[in-house]
Design a protein around this ligand. Structure first.
Ligand SMILES: [Zn+2]
Ligand SMILES: [Zn+2]
Length: 139
C-alpha cells in the first residue's frame, strides 16, 4: 500500500527500522490527524500489539523526533506528530473528559500576566482545556 510506503520511509528517514508494529502505529497517527493517547492507540490496534510494545514504540518515536508528547493527564500520555508545532512550542489542546478525544487548538493564544520570578526559566508552555466534545455534549 502507498500509505504504508510513506510510513516506512518516514521511519527510515528518522533512523528507525520499519517493523510491522511501527508502521502500523505511525500509520494511525497519520490517518488520525490529531493527537492520540496510549489507550486510544491500544483500542485502535485491537490486539495487534501489547501494552509494553505500544509504550516502547511511542518512546522510540519520541526519541527519534517523529512524535512529541502533546500533554500528560495523570498517567495518560497523549502524543502527536510535530507537523503543526514543535515539542518546545506547542499549541494548547482540548481534551474531552468523556471520550478522551483530543483536538489541537491552533491560533489559540493563552496569555499570562506577570512574570515567573527571578531565576526561573520557562522552557515550554502546555495548555490543556478540558470539557466535552460535540459528540459527547449531545448525549
Ligand atoms: Zn467526547
Ligand atoms: Zn496539537
Amino acid at each position: 500500500m502507498a500509505a504504508d510506503k510513506r510510513v516506512s520511509d518516514l521511519l527510515r528517514e528518522n533512523g528507525l527500522k520499519a517493523t510491522k508494529g511501527r508502521v502500523e502505529m505511525l500509520g494511525l497517527f497519520l490517518k488520525a490527524g490529531r493527537p492520540l493517547g496510549q489507550m486510544q492507540i491500544m483500542e485502535m490496534l485491537g490486539l495487534k500489539l501489547d501494552r509494553a510494545s505500544v509504550y516502547r514504540t511511542l518512546n522510540a518515536f519520541t526519541e527519534a523526533g517523529i512524535i512529541h508528547m502533546a500533554y500528560v493527564n495523570g498517567r495518560h500520555r497523549v502524543y502527536e506528530l510535530p507537523d503543526k508545532c514543535s515539542g518546545r512550542n506547542c499549541h494548547p489542546h482540548f481534551s474531552c473528559r468523556s471520550c478522551g478525544m483530543t483536538a489541537c487548538l491552533e491560533g489559540f493564544q493563552v496569555r499570562y500576566k506577570g512574570n515567573l520570578g527571578k531565576g526561573f526559566v520557562a522552557e515550554r508552555q502546555k495548555v490543556l482545556i478540558e470539557g466535552l466534545c460535540p459528540d459527547c455534549k449531545e448525549k
